[in-house]
Write a protein that binds this ligand. Sequence first.
Ligand SMILES: Nc1nc2c(ncn2[C@@H]2O[C@H](COP(=O)(O)OP(=O)(O)OP(=O)(O)O)[C@@H](O)[C@H]2O)c(=O)[nH]1
Ligand SMILES: [Mg+2]
Length: 199
Amino acid sequence: MGLLTIIRKNKAKSKEIRILFLGLDNAGKTTILKKLNDENISDISPTLGFNIKTLIRDGYTLNIWDVGGQRTLRPYWRNYFESTDAVVWVVDSSDRMRMDDCQSELKGLLKEERLAGATLLVFANKQDLQGSMSLEEIRDALDLKSIISHRWIVHPCSAYTGKGLEKGMNWLINEVAGRLYWSGILSTTTSTNQGGAIS
Ligand SMILES: Nc1nc2c(ncn2[C@@H]2O[C@H](COP(=O)(O)OP(=O)(O)OP(=O)(O)O)[C@@H](O)[C@H]2O)c(=O)[nH]1
Ligand SMILES: [Mg+2]
């Protein structure tokens, strides 16, 4: 039995998926995570270290790591890369001033060898705010179309209203579970070959 088969079999028993929530500070990572877990979102402070949360979805155990995004904390992101199955890159869609910063941080991240196999979900958060950037604007501002190294999708959401959160996570779970547990029998319902957008 090959090593890959053994790893797949062991993972299939526990059906665990390790997800890393990253993005600039103030993007809404912690708020999204709390909303997904039906927690109160009215009193959230900037994350200075990390939060870990375990969610159960569709029979899968999602081990989610939410790491602080302030500039001084970003060098520590690499401490969380090991064994990551998926990255959720959270974007504050109303923060037009920092889209360049957001793009360069994301591009740097995708060059990391330890994240080579990870699936990428870009959450265009804060869609409830008037004047927030549309999906197309975010796709252009972050130059997402140039990403060919990872399977990706960009999905609009609001952590405040909850709109879009479950749909985005469902895509991610299908995608990762297909790769890890179903040996390449990928779901084709929402994805294109190397990514694309669902709405
Ligand atoms: N209007 C609106 N505000 C949001 C939304 N999501 C988060 N916020 C607000 O944005 C601010 C930052 O949210 P956090 O969840 O702390 O952001 P974060 O990405 O975890 O930030 P760091 O921990 O510093 O990396 C808070 O004041 C939230 O209430 C959203 O969907 N809509
Ligand atoms: Mg946070």
